[in-house]
Design a protein around this ligand. Sequence first.
Ligand SMILES: Cc1cc2nc3c(=O)[nH]c(=O)nc-3n(C[C@H](O)[C@H](O)[C@H](O)COP(=O)(O)O)c2cc1C
Length: 192
Amino acid sequence: MSLKNPAALEFLLSRRSRPAKTLIAPAPTRDQLLPLLTAAARSPDHGKLEPWRFVVLEKKSMPRLAELTEIRGRALGKTPEEIAKARNQFDMGHLAVAVVEVQKPSDKVPAIEQTYSAGAVCLALLNAALAAGWGANWLSGWQTHDRNFCKDALGLDAHERIAGLIHIATEGATPPERPRPDVEALTEWVSE
Ligand SMILES: Cc1cc2nc3c(=O)[nH]c(=O)nc-3n(C[C@H](O)[C@H](O)[C@H](O)COP(=O)(O)O)c2cc1C
């Protein structure tokens, strides 16, 4: 079978995120989300370590996550603006998948490669959601890097961290295209 897939290439050449704040209901159901998670899990993974897992944050969990962001923000001395911005993704969120990097002990695969694999899973999930017709956006925030938040909000262990929160719901507005990198300026050709 030929690997040629012009539709997939066309998608990759034109894909773009939809800002989380423009997403509206409905979000995918569990049945609709599972194939997207399956596509995301089909990502490069040196040594087949599976150094990631998913925590699906459904609508009903959002107020709790916003509240925990508020509590951690105050404890960390964040400004009201920093707290408001960070909790906004939960106040306005419909569904988000936390892609959790799970470091696995390995003599062969360096930790950084497991981190790269988790990042690849984030992009694969984002792209699968977009290709399925959902609006989607990869977000983070100071709280996603805060160990206490990760533990209290998602129950993460010490060897786990949030690689990304992939918000997925219905597109509410098509964003203007943003400037894209000058690929030729970023590319070096080595020929000898
Ligand atoms: C690791 C990571 C974390 C990000 N965190 C945020 C964030 O917290 N807030 C935000 O507005 N954009 C964030 N972004 C950028 C958004 O995902 C942005 O919408 C995206 O770069 C648009 O790119 P695209 O249109 O090519 O998909 C993040 C991107 C990455 C890769």
